[in-house]
Design a protein around this ligand. Sequence first.
Ligand SMILES: Cc1cc2nc3c(=O)[nH]c(=O)nc-3n(C[C@H](O)[C@H](O)[C@H](O)COP(=O)(O)OP(=O)(O)OC[C@H]3O[C@@H](n4cnc5c(N)ncnc54)[C@H](O)[C@@H]3O)c2cc1C
Length: 418
Amino acid sequence: MARMADTSTATAAHDTDVAIIGGGMVGASLALGLAGTGVRVLLIESTPFDSAAQTSFDERTTALGNASRRIFSGLGVWDTIAPAAAAIRDIHVSDAGRFGFSRLNAREQGVDALGYVVANRIIGAALWGALTRAPGITLRVPARAEDLDISPTGVGFTLGDGSGGRERVTARLVVAADGAHSQVRVAAGIEAAVEDYEQIAVVANVAAEHAHHGTAYERFTPAGPLAVLPLRDGTYAVIWACRPAQAQEVLALGEGAYLASLQAQFGWRAGRFVRASRRGSYPLKLTRAASTVATRTVLIGNAAQALHPVAGQGFNLGLRDAAMLAEVLANAQGDVGAPQLLRQFSDWRARDREGVTRFTDGLVKLFADTRPGVPLLRNLGLLMFDLAPPAKGALARVSAGFGGPAPRLARGLPVRHV
Ligand SMILES: Cc1cc2nc3c(=O)[nH]c(=O)nc-3n(C[C@H](O)[C@H](O)[C@H](O)COP(=O)(O)OP(=O)(O)OC[C@H]3O[C@@H](n4cnc5c(N)ncnc54)[C@H](O)[C@@H]3O)c2cc1C
């Protein structure tokens, strides 16, 4: 962990069962899942949820699957989020300049919506609003953990608030929810493999002439995938993954030139694009921790695996990590940092984690493959997918996870067994 200059000595002490480091989308969800279960939780976040410097609850939007909606309902925040969420009624997938495309429809799949698109800031306000009222949760924000010391008997660290305040913390378990560059992961000695996709996501909100009627588009272009997602105010969230040099060009364009360039890649399905917000950019890498558990340590969300946003799976997967960990800890008999408990969590999450990671990585690589014959094959694949109801059913089920036991919250059940 990063060390701060030792300008003062630790003056206070805090003992807890679970210390969660990182109160972004996933860490805040885990804390809420443990509220009122009898497990004592300390949630440590370096940046307030409503600060412009917050990197989890920033200008992005997130596509939530139906399992995530159920988890948020169980956490008691869906009613706060829902008025600002756009339901996805149709998903349209296409390959730029080719004939194959596929369409998924909510009604055909027997669901109200295939998913929901929500601004990250709305999710942050809902989670942190609920956390301030949650029983059994102690919040430390802004604060950073330093000098993490993990041993088989417990975890210790110093909390610094950035203005000289220091607190000594002891815990049975530390949870790394501190994102793709997790310092807790490093302190726990867990290796991570990083693969650079050499793509940058350029994101913006864009208004179009036609009403979207809840249609989400995923278009594979030679430079990278382009997602156009419906928003509650009638506009679209655009996530355009480009090669780095092209991304720099796209970021430098004036509004009119950006809209024209987007239109050329996307086509006219949504009518003319007429207005765009400020653009933001995110370099895209696949980061995978070698293990999700170590001595008295658990990794969840991006700290465990950070994925390409192509299929909108990263947060949905991380939220299932949080829901399952809350369930395992809330129902634990005795020590919440016991090795067999952590192993059980890791085993239960393995298939979902592996499946979603492979699916997402495979999709990025399949559509980036320009070898002769491959574009034709994937167009046939899209066409066949469109004609084959079982295949479409499988994609609709993506939102429920890729296997292994589903967390109770994702099944509409309370975290605790009784
Ligand atoms: C362009 C883009 C679009 C995406 N769209 C989707 C989508 O549609 N659907 C989907 O499911 N996923 C999507 N994702 C993925 C999603 O954003 C991530 O999976 C999600 O943000 C992971 O949340 P997290 O809480 O694990 O990590 P982060 O969001 O990285 O949060 C980490 C938190 O930890 C805090 N922190 C870090 N270090 C410390 C420390 N030392 N002490 C205290 N606090 C610390 C940070 O301030 C932050 O609040 C997208 C990603 C990108 C880049």
